[in-house]
Design a binder for this molecule. Structure first.
Ligand code: S3P
Length: 426
């Protein structure tokens, strides 16, 4: 059933958002791997993170919520048990790819499956390096899920230069490396999000502009306490609606401000956005703070390809922002967007073509120019949470509003999106 969003003229107030999805996945994984009890505060309530929890339950970790704090009883080194069922990663690429690095090192057989979208996403990027490390992985001829891991015989350390900037690939290799006495090294030319290395305290070095990240058994996680700052990628939708609405001001509390994630803020500020960090803190190496956003008059700017990995999940909402900014919006060098929960380049272009705007699609991006003419259009979510939320925000900025054909998928990252939006709308 389609969902109608009416126009929102003004936003005001304060928002507290659940924990960051990327950090929550890792906190659940590392706490499950460690021996004994760990505590996770402000965990994401996204369906993706529940997929990770369910996979680790199958592997023998135990979970208990005390109010909104998650207590995890981890199994300790090589103490995971053989799962009775397939490990279901649902819609979550992070679950499937990161857990692969852990399963590759176990003494039992296991299989990862996923939903229809995840089952067509590329897995060759992790299968190749994990096979180089000695993993025995069966998969389809297309290198997609299901992936079946045989009991490991012998693992060897590798030095691997990432062919695509990807935190998921980097993390899969480093997590497998945690099961070896010798050192595994990942070399990154374009830095991707760095939560795995920060949270595990992995040694890193910068040589000739490249980052070398190392892992070995010495870095295997220990039980501890995690505080998860609020999700930057969820905050992005509310940042943009505030900038685009007149006489508006919003404060979003305790937002993750890790620089490998906040490329959107850098671009928006260059576009003329009034965004201020009013208070900042740090926990387990992750920066976070209160972000104050005010209505702004924006102009489009050139987006350098090197920043793409740091805005990859925010490109759909950045494109929406670009529609209302002066000049033409252009993005290039973002081919990996075609391999996300949907082909996001195709999804954005197809939806924007319904609005009267002039859209040009490239292999690795798109451009937007012209005027919004269509009233009350119906946008397709393609079952992709970030497409659904980006076009929900666009709908709230159209005179007659707009519709999303299927909004169910927003639960993948933020099940409370509608309530949060209503709470700040005037
Ligand atoms: C993520 C890494 C990114 C991002 C995804 C979450 C992570 O994927 O798009 O939503 O938590 O490591 P890639 O590694 O494929 O770029």
């Amino acid at each position: 059933m389609s969902y109608h969003f009416s126009r929102i003229n003004k936003v005001k107030g304060e928002l507290n958002l659940p924990g960051d999805k990327s950090i929550s996945h890792r906190a659940v994984m590392f706490a499950s791997m460690a021996e004994g009890n760990s505590v996770i505060k402000n965990l994401s309530n996204s369906a993706d993170v529940y997929s990770t929890i369910n996979c680790f339950k199958e592997l023998g970790a135990k979970f208990k919520f005390e109010k909104d704090i998650l207590i995890v009883e981890g199994t300790g080194y090589k103490n995971f048990k053989q799962p009775k069922n397939n490990l279901d990663a649902g819609n979550s690429g992070t679950t499937a790819r990161l857990i692969s690095g852990i399963l590759a090192a176990q003494n039992f057989e296991s299989t990862i499956v996923g939903d229809a979208s995840l089952s067509v996403r590329p897995m060759k990027r992790i299968i190749e390096p994990l096979r180089l490390m000695g993993a025995s992985i069966k998969c389809s001829t297309q290198f997609t899920l299901p992936l079946t891991f045989s009991p490991v015989r012998e693992l060897v350390p590798i030095r691997y230069r990432l062919p695509v900037p990807s935190a998921q690939v980097k993390s899969a290799i480093l997590l497998c490396g945690l099961h070896l006495d010798q050192v595994t090294t990942v070399v990154e030319k374009t830095p991707s999000r760095n939560h795995t290395e920060l949270m595990l305290g992995l040694p890193l070095e910068t040589v000739n502009g490249q980052v070398l990240i190392r892992s070995s058994k010495a870095n295997y996680p220990k039980a501890g306490e995690y505080y998860v700052p609020s999700d930057f990628s969820s905050a992005a939708f509310f940042i943009v609606i505030t900038l685009l609405s007149e006489n508006s001001e919003l404060i979003i509390k305790n937002v993750l401000l890790n620089e490998s994630r906040t490329g959107l803020l850098t671009i928006l500020k260059r576009m003329g956005a009034s965004i201020e960090i009013v208070e900042s803190h740090e926990s387990s190496g992750e920066k976070f703070g209160d972000v104050k956003i005010q209505s702004s008059k924006l102009h489009n700017v050139e987006i350098d390809k090197s920043i793409i990995p740091n805005i990859i999940d925010e490109i759909p909402i950045l494109a929406i922002c670009g529609i209302f900014a002066e000049g033409k919006f252009v993005i290039n060098g973002a081919k990996d967007l075609r391999f996300k929960e949907s082909d996001r380049i195709a999804a954005i272009c197809r939806n924007l073509k319904k609005t009267g705007l002039k859209i040009t699609e490239f292999k690795d991006g798109f451009s937007i120019e012209g005027e919004l003419t269509e009233s009350n259009p119906t946008f397709e979510s393609f079952g992709d949470h970030r497409i659904a939320m980006a076009f929900s925000i666009l709908s709230t900025k159209l005179k007659e509003g707009g519709n999303i054909d299927d909004l169910e998928c927003i639960k993948i990252s933020n099940p409370n999106f509608i309530d949060q939006l209503e709470s700040i709308s005037e």
